[in-house]
Design a protein around this ligand. Sequence first.
Ligand code: NDP
Ligand code: GDR
Length: 361
Amino acid sequence: MRKVALITGVTGQDGAYLAELLLDKGYEVHGIRRRSSLFNTARIDHLFHDIHETGLPFFLHYGDMTDSSSLTRIIQKVQPDEIYNLAAQSHVAVSFEEPEYTANSDALGALRVLEAIRILGLEKKTRFYQASTSELYGLVQEIPQKETTPFYPRSPYAVAKLYAYWITVNYREAYGIYACNGILFNHESPVRGETFVTRKITRALARIKLGLQECLFLGNMDSLRDWGHAKDYVEMQWLMLQQENPEDFVIATGVQYSVRDFVNVAANELGITIRWEGNGIDEKGYDSTGKCIVSVDPRYFRPTEVETLLGDASKARIKLGWVPKISFNELVSEMVREDLKSAERDELVKRHGYQANNYHE
Ligand code: NDP
Ligand code: GDR
């Protein structure tokens, strides 16, 4: 009998990598997508289309984290052995603009899934993974951060995720559900959302290189993050649900870079060397011809910032044998390569007199 998994947030970065991993492992995979006025399945189309072509056991259901009835109905129908709760309004800056919606989807959404497991009597059958985050550490109390480091959330997103973290622990303790938190530090990939800083950088620099964009505008360049590759991190999400007992784990690389470092490494991949001048809101980056290609825009500053994050994933290494395989430089290189390919496509379109895809944030 093959195992059945349900992924909320299957159309997102992690959802796409996890769906692939679970299908490779022989699972029947179900995903929840929400209705949108445009197609929102680009990251999983290769799997979805395969249903007709190769018969991959991959199924999508319409639902929403703010709608218990849809979640309960899907869980009842699918009877999953494992649920990966990845769906969230996951953008920290946006959470300051939409705090109530963020709480509804990210905090209460997790509760709704856990309640569905309980109401449907699946406590002994269904294992639950909660996508927790290094943002819980916020104003950091200890460097590096590990499972025992106290939390101090610094955004509506992080506060909502704090609720989700604790409700997961509570349902484990109260009802014996196999439920665990993966406290994941930032992880990226070529399919990372375009408004997160890494993808924004690789996409913009590739476009600047090809003359499709003039300048990359960024917020806090001193921010320090521990960046890994999403492909490595979804493997860990699966591993956490395969143990004898449910536990919470930090997942991180243990290496830290600033946003500025990321820009330098990405630019280097494209053969661009950046000369930096000024600091704070006056900081600018120039290419070798003296053209300004990076500039700070205070619009991207956050009301409260998380200045530094660095994870200690020793517990995962010792208990689960997990170590990240893809290095920071390999990650940046892959992201730049893929964004250069799409910039080249846009450049071709432009060269033939058509309007190239021009939006950027
Ligand atoms: P993405 O933003 O790429 O994906 C989020 C997913 O959630 C998308 O499928 C999105 O749908 C879906 N979603 C959002 N709101 C709702 C809703 N109300 N109902 C149903 N689905 C919804 O995030 P990632 O893949 O990067 O991250 C996965 C999870 O891990 C998130 O919970 C995130 O907060 C958390 N996390 C991420 C980290 C990272 O560095 N990537 C680090 C730590 C935690 P749609 O495609 O339609 O927008
Ligand atoms: P983060 O990721 O907030 O860590 O949350 P993001 O890439 O948005 O920001 C990282 C750091 O870069 C600074 N920054 C900018 N950020 C964005 N988005 N755009 C800019 O122009 C910019 N300039 C500087 C930010 O201020 C910040 O310090 C991500 C999300 O995936 C969360 O869902 C997840 O929980 C955490 O990672 C771990």
